[in-house]
Design a protein around this ligand. Structure first.
Ligand SMILES: [Zn+2]
Ligand SMILES: [Zn+2]
Length: 277
């Protein structure tokens, strides 16, 4: 007869909210099917309802994870190293792919592959789908872009030509990149699902570390050419016990209890102070 183990129980949702400011221009690529529009080769992703550029949750989440793996997994995770060895002998970095019963914190927070999920030992955090949900981040200062004095190449964006040089033939290969100008602001929301036996504080700290690393790295493409520096301002961190969801008043109360008692936390920095509007 199979032994019955106690299933992990969802105990808290930790909401983290704030703003992502483009300190340098951002290129987060969408499809390239609109090649004729404005002549850009590389377009940014846009919300089809209002045509504003946005930061897909997958971009932010992916960058957080890969940076955290470089910091935390490189010489300590069997999952990370197995992945390196399996790729036909070609050493490649990550992604960390721990097995379910010995997953590292990055895999626990960002998710393990379906094939190895749902394996757990009683009393230990279980490995499964991502605990962290990263929402799409929408443009919050669109009125800044509606200033008629601005000369933008396309709605909300600018175009910039980047030339890559073929190192062998010296042939120049110019391409036009659409980018969201510095000064654009996006609203982000992360939701961390916390289960019984999870080290809640450790996971929250890991997520904050991920935000801090992204702010000192970049979002989107062409980062070695100066694109993608962001300032991330965490303004809200609330821990909601799941019982509150059965009671609207309790829920409203729980949502009000911002854990950031010392005020918002800023990750990254501006290069120059923003212009007055
Ligand atoms: Zn790892
Ligand atoms: Zn791992």
């Amino acid at each position: 007869m199979a032994t019955q183990l106690k299933a992990p129980r969802l105990t808290h949702k930790v909401l983290m909210r704030g703003a992502i400011e483009a300190v340098t221009a951002l290129h987060i690529g969408g499809s390239d099917i609109g090649l004729t529009i404005g002549g850009a080769d590389k377009l940014v992703v846009r919300n089809p309802l209002d045509n504003t550029p946005y930061i897909p949750g997958s971009s932010l989440k992916g960058r957080m994870r890969s940076l955290l793996e470089k910091v935390g997994c490189a010489d300590s995770c069997p999952g990370f190293q197995i992945q390196v060895a399996e790729r036909g002998g070609e050493p490649r970095l990550g992604p960390c792919s721990c097995e379910g019963d010995k997953a590292c914190d990055v895999c626990l927070v960002f998710g393990v592959a379906a094939a190895t999920s749902r394996q757990f030992k009683e009393g230990q955090p279980y490995a499964g789908a991502a605990r962290l949900l990263v929402r799409d981040a929408f443009l919050s200062n669109r009125q800044t872009f509606e200033n008629p004095r601005l000369r933008l190449d396309m709605p909300f964006t600018e175009l910039k030509t980047e030339v890559s040089i073929d190192r062998l033939t010296s042939a120049a290969n110019p391409r036009q990149f659409e980018r969201v100008p510095a000064g654009a602001e996006f609203t982000f929301e992360l939701v961390l699902n916390v289960f019984s036996d999870d080290p809640k504080e450790t996971f929250v700290t890991l997520v904050k570390q991920g935000l801090a690393l992204v702010a000192e790295d970049a979002l989107g493409g062409q980062s070695s050419r100066g694109y993608g520096k962001v300032l991330i301002k965490l303004t809200e961190l609330v821990e909601i016990p799941v019982e509150s969801y059965a009671n609207p008043e309790q829920l409203a109360q729980a949502r009000k209890e911002n854990q950031l008692k010392g005020g918002p936390i800023e990750y990254g920095s501006r290069l120059v102070e923003p212009m007055a509007a």
